[in-house]
Design a binder for this molecule. Structure first.
Ligand code: BDR
Ligand code: CA
Length: 320
């Protein structure tokens, strides 16, 4: 059983990842920690509480960062992707669920310190809460079991940026935080656009979820309408890449991914702001920028059909 903290800017695909965690047999969800990103932190927290209430999840919700640590590529929220409320503009009225008093970063540190070597963090938004947690607890890298991040793009399989030619949204939204996290020595796996853009959910796939996965399939179907319309207007296909659920897929079945070791840094300003740059740990470069940085694992290949099957089967059989 994996004990998991889900750090998120809920978001349509974030909610799809959250129900994946909820339905997965081998997962105990310990906490949902929120941040700004796909919407304001007030909205992403409300979306977390709404999803928790809808499916009777027991994990507490902790609100986190309202803005980036450093300069960001963005000056507004992507309501054209996720809707004004962040969940495709479905009704997200929360009846009584409330966020906890502690902040997201406090909760991450306390949970990890109380369960050394046990906790997996799945982080699918800006890295701001994780960077804050590292600041509060520099020993975090030694205490956490694994950290799986959805973010970045390294150029494998021809995939580069989605918000600039080189930058992916989660990293571009707080490059300073991401660079701190990627250099920290956390046991990190990065699931970037290199693989999330290789895994595609089409119209028929969402229909099959609706048919086979009961209430949770209905929920994913409802929130995905807005997302699919955005993708259709953006690139002409009524289909979406699978971003945040891919981080959960890696947690459950790492064997479905091909990875390599890489030192990862982030461009902090200029035209390439938010670019994730990888270096081969075996090479000595003529600049100190790449020295003494512990490598991460980055995903460079995926069995996309197996990931899609895993998602559908987990939702169809796993609702508690
Ligand atoms: C990432 O950005 C957000 O819009 C999604 O939720 C995902 O985490 C994809 O670039
Ligand atoms: Ca996200």
């Amino acid at each position: 059983m994996k004990q998991v903290i889900f750090d998120t800017d809920i978001g349509i695909d974030d909610a799809m990842a959250l129900v994946f965690l909820h339905c997965a047999e081998d997962v105990e969800l310990l906490a949902v920690t929120t941040a700004f990103g796909n919407a304001s932190v007030e909205n992403t927290t409300r979306n977390a509480l709404y999803t928790k209430e809808l499916f009777g999840m027991t994990a507490p919700v902790y609100q986190g960062a309202a803005g980036p640590l450093g300069v960001s590529l963005f000056d507004s929220y992507p309501d054209f992707v996720h809707g004004e409320n962040g969940l495709g503009n479905i009704d997200v009225t929360v009846k009584s669920a409330q966020a906890e008093e502690a902040s997201a970063a406090q909760a991450i540190v306390e949970l990890v310190q109380n369960n050394p070597g046990e906790i997996s963090i799945v982080a699918v938004g800006r890295m701001t809460n994780l960077a804050d947690a590292l600041e509060r607890c520099p020993d975090l890298p030694k205490l956490v079991a694994e950290v799986i991040v959805m973010g970045g793009a390294f150029g494998f399989n021809g995939h580069r940026g989605n918000v600039s030619p080189v930058a992916e949204a989660n990293i571009a939204g707080d490059p300073t935080a991401a660079d701190k996290v990627f250099r920290s020595g956390l046991p990190l796996t990065i699931v970037g656009l290199d693989v999330t853009h290789e895994t595609i959910m089409e119209r028929e796939y969402f229909e099959s979820l609706r048919e086979q996965a009961g209430e949770v399939g209905e929920f994913v179907y409802a929130i995905s309408r807005y997302y699919l319309e955005f993708h259709e207007s953006h690139n002409g296909t009524y289909a979406s890449p699978v971003h945040d659920p891919s981080a959960v897929a890696y947690l459950l079945r790492p064997d479905l991914y091909t990875t390599r070791d890489a030192i990862v840094r982030v461009a902090l300003d200029g035209v390439g702001i938010g670019q994730t740059i990888w270096a081969d740990p075996a090479v000595n470069y003529q600049t100190g920028e790449w020295n003494d940085i512990p490598p991460c694992r980055i995903c460079i290949g995926v069995d996309d059909q197996a990931v899609l099957n895993l998602y559908r089967e987990t939702l169809a059989t796993g609702i508690r």
